[in-house]
Each structure stands twice: as C-alpha cells, then as structure tokens.
Ligand binder design. Structure first.
Ligand code: SF4
Ligand code: SF4
Length: 314
C-alpha cells in the first residue's frame, strides 16, 4: 500500500468538506461484479424505455478503469440541493427540486475542477476525470460502495443524516487511496415510496420501471406521452419528487448554501396560465442555464399540453 494513501484520503475528505460537499467516500476502482446482472436484466426488461444511451458502454459502466486509464480509486461525493423554499404548487405546475435553478452539471463540475486543482498543488500531479451524471459511471453503485449511503426502495441513494436530495459526483483518479466500507440499509419495513408512486413505477424494491416513471416521461421521452400516464401525472411538468418527498429520511434534509441553486424567480412567479402561453423565446430566456433545457422547448410544451388536457376535462 502506498504510504501516502492514508494521508491523501484524509486530505481529499477534508477538501471535499471545505468545497461544500456533504459526504465523500472512497472505493477501489475495479469491475462492479454485483451490478453486472441487475444492469443486464434492467436493460433486457426494457425498463430504460427510450433511454437507449443506457445500452451503450456496458463494459465502461461496470469498470471505471476502462474510462480513465490507470485509475485506482473512485471518489464519490454528494452535494446538497434541498431548497430553503419550495416553489408554490398553487395554480402552478410542478418541477423537480433539483431543477429549480442553474444546471448542476456545470456548477458541480466547476467546483470539482477547483477542488482537484487545489489538491494537485498540495500533492502533485495525478491523472483524473470528474463526472457529474454525465458519462457512463454507475454513480449510485459507487456511492453505495464508498459508504455514503444505501440504495433505498425508491432506488435513490439515502443517508441517515441528509436523506436523498443531493447530487452525486465522482473523481476517478490514479491515486492509491484507502477504500471506505459500505453502510447498512435502513429502509426496514417502510414502503412509503412504493405506495406513493403515482404511476406504480417502483415495480419491486429498488427496481424502477423507467418507462412508467414521470421523471422519464417528462424529461427523457422524445415522443408523445403514452396514455398510461393519463390522470397520473399529478401536475408534474418536469421530473417528479414524490418518492423522495414521502421518504422519512428526508425529514433530515437541511437547505443548501449554494447561491447558484436558488430558485429561478420566473419559476416562483409563473402560474398555470403563463405556462400555457410559453413561447420558445421565453423558454430560452428562463431556462438558459437550467437543467430544464434538456427537455427543450418542444418537450416542456408537450408536458404542459398533456397536463392541460387533463385540467380541461375537470
Ligand atoms: S420519480 Fe415519481 S414516478 Fe418516478 S418512481 Fe419516483 S414517485 Fe414514481
Ligand atoms: S420511503 Fe421508506 S422504503 Fe422508500 S426509500 Fe424511503 S425509507 Fe426506504
């Protein structure tokens, strides 16, 4: 074992904390043996729906050494996005809390790059890549392996201290570090998320049929929203937080301190009537820096129209 492994591991965790990450855990880079079969079965069942990109890079998804040559460690990090104020749902469509503000991919990548550059000044150059929900990395599996939390029945990573409203990110690097241990599962007999899911998308514990999930339908799906979702959308126009909102561990969610994650003013002020009038121009202005741009104007418009059809019937 590299004599610096202990020192570097402690340093990385201290820096992660000072850069605002909630948790930081380390795993040894290698083949994710226990994930291979479930991932294969999930794809075979077509639970990924139209997320065809999930079929790509199967090997790289399971082994980060194929992604970052010579990598020895996966550093998993979590970054809080729980807002201090929730956007009112009164006469408004709903949007997932993670999408209230600036795009987390960009915000967190920038923080990670600064953090790594600081680390390199202290310990010298090392090879690395940073990831934020952006490349074939099974980030939830790595976070679980590194002891950050357990995978709940709603398939989110959950921690006792913070619940589940946080982003996951990774630094995959060629530093030899001390791996952490997995934590225990604390879902127990609870099944609130399974019972609350408006579309029965949680088909069994920890297993989501993506093609039935509102998040998938409102963000990933390119075609029209299937009839299956009629009367089940519960006014969600982008994403869905139901299975996290009901989770008892989210009682412990505390507000983030990231100014870039403060809710977009337009989102706070818009009412259903204004959403219905949404134009491409307004969409580009409101969502210029937001994760909502993933669904594009046409996608959000489609979601709103689908919800409108339901409201018209009432
Ligand atoms: S995000 Fe919503 S639709 Fe998807 S599994 Fe959770 S509760 Fe169900
Ligand atoms: S709602 Fe209950 S079963 Fe679902 S993830 Fe949270 S603790 Fe686990």
């Amino acid at each position: 074992m590299n004599s610096n492994a202990e020192k570097y591991s402690q340093l990385i965790k201290a820096r992660a904390q000072s850069f605002g990450f909630q948790s930081c855990g380390i795993s040894k880079a290698g083949f994710l043996e226990e994930e291979a079969r479930p991932l294969e079965a999930w794809l075979k069942n077509n639970f990924h729906g139209e997320m065809k990109y999930m079929e790509n890079h199967f090997d790289k998804r399971l082994d980060p050494r194929l992604l970052v040559e010579g990598s020895k460690s996966v550093i998993s990090l979590s970054y809080n996005y729980f807002p201090d104020e929730q956007i009112s749902t009164l006469d408004n469509f709903k949007i997932s809390k993670y999408a209230y503000a600036e795009d987390y991919h960009e915000v967190i990548k920038e923080i990670l790059r600064d953090m790594v550059s600081g680390l390199q000044e202290e310990i010298g150059e090392f090879a690395f890549r940073v990831f934020v929900d952006s490349a074939p990395v099974l980030e939830r599996s790595w976070a679980r392996k590194s002891g950050i939390g357990w995978v709940g029945k709603n398939a989110n990573l959950i921690t006792k201290q913070n619940g589940s409203f946080y982003f996951l990110a990774e630094i995959i690097c060629d530093l030899e570090l001390i791996p952490d241990h997995e934590t225990t599962d604390h879902c127990g007999t609870c099944r609130k998320c399974i019972d609350a899911c408006p579309t029965n998308a949680i088909v069994s514990e920890k297993l989501i049929d993506g093609s039935k999930c509102i998040s998938y339908a409102t963000i990933e799906l390119k075609d029209s929203i299937p009839d299956y979702f009629k009367d089940k959308m519960d006014d969600w126009m982008f994403g869905c937080d139901v299975c996290q909102d009901v989770c008892p561990w989210n009682r412990f969610s505390a507000p983030h301190h990231q100014t870039k994650f403060r809710p977009n003013e337009s989102l706070k002020n818009f009412k259903k009537g204004e959403w219905k009038e949404l134009t491409q121009e307004l969409f580009s202005e409101v969502f210029r820096k937001s994760p909502v741009k993933r669904t594009k104007f046409a996608g959000l418009k489609r979601n709103i129209e689908f919800l409108e059809k339901k409201s018209d019937k009432l």
